[in-house]
Design a protein around this ligand. Structure first.
Ligand code: SAH
Length: 265
């Protein structure tokens, strides 16, 4: 009987979108992968870092996806690893922040497949930052709550979320009206500064800022889609003071970076 190479799975966070926010370990693993299993929040330029002969397997799912689909992804990871392949499972942001990465890790544990978790920059922090919103700030917010509008267990605990200093709500895209209405009903002031960040760090990033009572209708007027995060809290008020120079970019530095990258190849 021929011995097969031992397969392995890397659950890798790809960051919020911009390929420049990938970790070095993620980029290095992509460069040697036999198979890359990825979903819809992965930037096309990030996929170009994969080994040219790597199999690229798209398992995109919208919103929370249903459990059957997740089971298929789990089965695919196990099957690819059992073929002796080095599999990179690329997930948006951080694999363990609302990414169902732990469900995949549990499936690999059960199947006896060795794996590693490679953290990524979560959009929960990076998308607000890209919109000039810090999630904490001395004097304004000493804590931040990350939550999701979709929950397998039913509706979120709005009363709890309404009491957060800074609230970052994931998967808010399609349900902004419901979420903001529920927060106000649960006691959050309708005047609380709020913003929706769509596709943070992507080329087509957009931000809508308005008081909590208005932010959903403003986002609807602007046809804000997915992926998007809702940020609620006094920290959003810093945006007007931070947006003029932040992320302004420098063509000269970008050219120098491009040259430096070329030099390493
Ligand atoms: N593991 C990911 C989150 C996966 S859940 C992470 O750590 O970022 C998918 C949700 O993440 C989306 O519905 C959206 O709310 C949010 N999201 C992901 N990328 C985003 C981006 N670039 N800008 C804004 N929100 C984003």
């Amino acid at each position: 009987m021929r011995m097969k190479a031992e397969g392995r799975v890397y659950l890798v966070g790809a960051g919020p979108g911009d390929p420049g926010l990938l970790t070095l370990r993620a980029a290095r693993l992509l460069a040697v992968a036999d198979a890359v299993v990825y979903d819809r929040l992965i930037h096309p330029e990030t996929l170009k870092l994969a080994r040219p002969r790597a199999r690229l397997l798209f398992v995109g799912k919208e919103g929370g996806g249903e459990s059957v689909r997740q089971e298929e992804i789990n089965a695919l990871l196990v099957a690819q690893a059992r073929l002796g392949r080095m599999v990179v499972r690329l997930k948006g942001g951080d694999p363990f922040v609302f990414g169902r990465g732990a469900e995949e890790a549990l499936a690999l544990e059960e199947a006896g497949i060795p794996y590693e978790v490679v953290p990524g920059v979560s959009s929960g922090v990076a998308a607000p930052a890209a919109g000039a919103i810090p999630v904490t700030h001395r004097g304004l917010a000493g804590s931040v709550t990350f939550a999701t509008g979709h929950r397998a267990e039913g509706a979120p605990d709005w009363a709890h979320l309404a009491g957060a200093e800074t609230l970052v709500l994931f998967m808010a895209g399609g349900r902004l009206e419901e979420a903001t209405g529920a927060l106000i009903l649960a006691g959050r002031s309708p005047d609380t500064p709020a913003a929706v960040v769509e596709a943070g760090t992507w080329e087509h990033q957009r931000v809508v800022e308005a008081p909590l009572a208005e932010v959903a209708s403003r986002a609807r007027e602007g046809a804000i889609g997915s992926p998007a995060l809702l940020v609620v809290g006094e920290v959003v008020s810093l945006r007007s003071r931070l947006s003029s120079l932040v992320n302004a970019g420098s063509p000269m530095i970008e050219r120098a970076l491009a040259r430096a990258e070329g030099g390493h190849e």
